[in-house]
Design a protein around this ligand. Sequence first.
Ligand code: GLN
Length: 536
Amino acid sequence: MPTKYLFFTGGVVSSVGKGVTAAAIGLLLKERGLKVAVQKLDPYINVDPGTMSPYQHGEVYVLDDGAETDLDLGHYERFIDIRLNRVCNVTTGQVYAEVIAKERRGDYLGGTIQVIPHITNEIKHRIGLVAKTTGAEIVLVEVGGTVGDIESQPFLEALRQMRNEVGRENVFFVHVTWLPYIGATGELKTKPTQHSVAELRSIGIAPNMIIARSDYAVGDELIDKIALFCDVEKRAVVPMITTSVLYEVPLLLEQADVGDYLVERLGLKATKKPNWKPWAKLVNEVRRPKPTVKVALVGKYVELHDAYMSVREALKHAALSIGVEVEIGWVHATDLEKGKGWEIVKGANGIVVPGGFGSRGIEGKILAAKYARVNKVPYLGLCLGMQVMVVEFARNVLGYKDANSTEFDRSTTHAVIDLMREQRAITDMGGTMRLGLYPCVLQPGTKTAKAYGIPKVDERHRHRFELNNAYRGEFEKAKMVFSGISPDGKLVEIAEIADHPYMVGSQFHPEFLSRPMRPHPLFLGLMKAAKERSEK
Ligand code: GLN
């Protein structure tokens, strides 16, 4: 069977959950026994989001192969429970970089390089790679931004061309829009949806399905109207009302018959009946009133929760699995330095210090780690959070007052966290960190080994600095335990404090592998310890 393509475009406004919708539809198809993969096309000119400020872009989501990608890939992986690869996130920057490199090599034999066909060919080539590298039967492709953006035009043009090249019967366009609510008249409006469909049509794309997002119930007459004016079948107009439970979206789309409709329209062969029991149970569990466990998240970009999307989800997954509700207290690390924000830290039964770069807020994070260690508050350090845990220990337990990471103090006499040897000669910022999956051997008898229950794990990394091996012996003598080590013994991957209920730091990012139905062991360890403390 030829590869089938589902293309997702957005209309009216951004941030209406196009990524979650694509992820949820991917799950509807996977639940029917079909092999899916999802790709995001990002219209910005950065090669990847790795060099972008989290304020601009939210979290950078890291894949097994080390690709630094858009946070929507986190939605895809979490909802569908799949592992994606580097070709699943394409940016304008990547496309142009490749075309220009080919031009410089002389590959185009004197041709004039143009958006059509050279840029669009490169885009189509990259879309084609998804099925080739993942073996997916159905490739879902989400175009970032909204229709009408100058930046996304070459992507849409490429999709339009693909429809003819792979056959109309193999391509299906889903357009996700927004129905604004007019308070004065108390009605939802379809006009912006009509305009965005008109815009799509002007570039040669007629949507096959319209998912109309709304904060209010959508009446039948509105559905008729959208079907009529936007020229789609009534069955293919899907109202999607805002839900407070993210993981309910697949259930809502299933109820709206989207799964069966797509199977029918794309001529797919479902090999099994979807089993929504686990999802329904999960959603019920989210809704059920549960005891609350407070966790303080001490970070740098805390006003933008999207910057910690996977961390937040991982905390929720772990909390749900033990029947509690996690309430995250967002704390600015810099506030702690000024004596502010401590009421949140002190009111919490767990502390998370997530990843980060640069010196802003570092001392505040070190104070949070000290508070956790001294007061025996469950602590999970993620990458930078592990490094500050090590620095704090060196300063206050080993007594090296100026201990630091050389990322923040180049002239420290106790560089307990230092640049990795392989990183020393690197000057480029983009894509040059230790990225992606690396193995880690767990040390028997440790809290970490107990949490995982297996002897060896592979986890996703994104960092340049590491624990300085020269200090390993001293740390161990003072009862810091290196519970996860690279197989060659050279890199400390996980550290924990022996005399503490749960103080664990990992050099990798466990949040990227947490799934709704399979919470990550390190987050589970934290939440269990935090729950225990909250019950005392
Ligand atoms: N800045 C630190 C490093 O590069 C930590 C990175 C992170 O938290 N992802 O090693």
